[in-house]
Design a protein around this ligand. Structure first.
Ligand code: GRF
Length: 205
């Protein structure tokens, strides 16, 4: 599967995906990395890995449709078959979603549907939950609302700060995202409506 990754910031999930890909444990080919932010650490990681990257700086476009049109062209030029959002801080528009004929995945640092949107870890702490975690899901037209592929729980400790909770969740994200991508690329992810089933290897035959 020819795969593109969009990231806005630090890029640690992108790095985890690249690492898994380079170790041969992901049956995909990461062909392109894109960002809406020229200073994104993600771009540096792409360069280190020798993966071509492109920046689509939002302030250089008259409106968001123009930026998304460029992203769509980039996807088509690269013959992308799977798009991964790894800390991409913009919600893709419904018209963009309609133009993309293949899956788009995202990772979110909470157990969705709890705490969608920004600062999910802070939201979890402020709410007072005892368990949070992370979710890999298909992207749909809503905010962090698409069908869930994998989730893993992370306990919230009494002494946790936003920083310490984020760090523990992040360590799980780095394992869960490549795993979800691996299952999808192997054809083990079966979606029916909102429910996503993970098939065993034997069930594929
Ligand atoms: C991660 O916590 C991810 O779940 C969220 O944004 C953050 C991105 O971090 N969507 P990084 O850029 O991958 O380090």
């Amino acid at each position: 599967m020819r795969t593109a990754i969009l990231a806005s910031g630090r890029g640690s999930n992108l790095q985890a995906l690249i690492k898994a890909y380079q170790s041969g444990s992901l049956p995909i080919r990461i062909v392109a990395v894109g960002s809406d932010s020229p200073g994104a650490g993600a771009l540096m990681h792409a360069e280190e890995a020798g993966i071509p990257s492109r920046v689509f700086p939002i302030n250089q476009y008259l409106h968001r449709q123009a930026q998304e049109a460029d992203i769509l062209n980039w996807i088509r030029e690269n013959e992308v078959e799977l798009l991964l959002l790894a800390g991409y801080m913009r919600v893709l528009s419904p018209s963009f979603m309609r133009e993309v004929p293949f899956p788009i995945l995202n990772i979110h640092p909470s157990l969705l549907p709890a705490f969608p949107g920004l600062h999910a870890q802070r939201q979890a702490l402020e709410y007072g939950v005892k368990v949070s975690g992370c979710t890999v899901h298909f992207v749909d037209e809503g905010l962090d609302s698409g069908p869930i592929i994998l989730q893993e729980a992370v306990p919230v400790l009494q002494e946790d700060t936003e920083e310490s909770l984020s760090q523990r969740i992040l360590a799980v994200e780095h394992r869960l995202y490549p795993e979800a991508v691996r299952l999808l690329a192997l054809g083990q992810v079966k979606r029916s409506g909102r429910r996503v089933q993970i098939l065993q290897q034997e069930e594929l035959r």
